[in-house]
Design a protein around this ligand. Structure first.
Ligand SMILES: [Zn+2]
Length: 169
């Protein structure tokens, strides 16, 4: 029923990741609460560029799914400094997607700590429904949303299409 309507964007966005890492997850189930997404971690302090450090940082975003191969996925700028780390992280619908992570590291002089802000860039954010609290569809595609709301939106789109045709004439 709803599966067909949700089809197009799912085909565009999800299957490469899900097929590769979670072949058993059914996209048509409609009750996804966990989704693996690729994230780039920017502005990581240099001491954080270890498997343990990166795992720790990534675990603040969600559940790291490639913790053993972090170092191989670090992208290095031309002049040698690590630019960002790329990781596959399973995010949960129960917690908001974080854009920043605070990382405290001991200061170089041994006194106190330095706080760095690691910025999280999501290569793809899963569609999320605030009504059902699941990934897989957005609010306007929610089967639980009042039919009246959907009707209004469809009418609005038709008006737009007509307007566009007039411009062409
Ligand atoms: Zn919904």
């Amino acid at each position: 029923m709803d599966v067909l309507e949700q089809g197009p964007w799912m085909v565009q966005n999800i299957p490469i990741i899900l097929n590769k890492w979670s072949p058993d997850i059914s996209l048509t189930k409609g009750d996804l609460t966990r989704v693996p997404v690729w994230v780039k971690l920017h502005d990581i302090p240099l001491v954080g560029y270890t498997n343990d450090g990166l795992s720790l940082i990534a675990s603040k975003v969600g559940k790291p799914m490639m913790s053993d191969s972090f170092t191989s996925s670090i992208c290095v700028e031309a002049w040698g400094r690590p630019n960002f780390a790329r990781a596959l992280i399973e995010v949960s619908v129960e917690s908001d997607l974080k854009d920043e992570i605070k990382v405290a590291t001991p200061s170089l002089d041994g006194h106190g700590r330095t706080t760095d802000l690691v910025h999280v860039e999501y290569e793809w954010k899963p569609p999320w429904c605030s009504c059902c609290k699941v990934y897989g569809h957005i609010d306007t595609q929610c089967p639980k949303v009042q039919p009246k709301v959907l009707e209004v939106e469809i009418k609005q789109k038709q008006v737009d299409a007509d307007g566009f045709q007039e411009v062409i004439k």
